[in-house]
Write a protein that binds this ligand. Structure first.
Ligand SMILES: [Zn+2]
Length: 127
């Protein structure tokens, strides 16, 4: 079933890029008057192509850097989760928590999770 969430210019959609030769997140470049995606642009090569709805979603194994909970992410960053695959940060909920949109659904992950913090620098343990 096709997702029914409303997309607007600037949103991200999955599309096969002929220039890059692989499927990746594209940016919606223009909409039709009926509110459907007209054209999308590839953020990597910049090519604009007509949007093809119903493109098979396939997990790409070449996207963002591997997910690292110690890193501090920002909205719009992509990451590669070992279990969920490619994801894009859609919102920072609070310091240390973020919503990440994966190929199938949204998940909440922790980030900026310092392994050491001031005041307990001596609390580093080897598990
Ligand atoms: Zn491309």
């Amino acid at each position: 079933m096709e997702a029914t969430r409303t997309l607007t210019v600037g949103d991200r959609v999955e599309q096969m890029c002929v220039t890059c030769g692989e499927e990746r997140g594209h940016i919606v470049a223009s909409m039709t008057k009926k509110g459907r995606i007209n054209r999308v642009s590839c953020p990597l090569c910049g090519s604009r192509v007509p949007y093809k709805s119903g493109t098979a979603r396939r997990a790409t194994n070449k996207a963002g850097a591997p997910y690292d909970r110690a890193r501090t992410y920002r909205r719009g960053q992509t990451l590669m989760h070992p279990t969920f695959g490619e994801g894009e940060v859609t919102a920072i909920i609070e310091p240390g928590k973020m919503d990440v949109l994966f190929a199938d659904r949204m998940r909440r992950l922790i980030h900026a999770h310092a392994y050491t913090n001031p005041g307990s620098a001596s609390a580093i343990r080897v598990a």
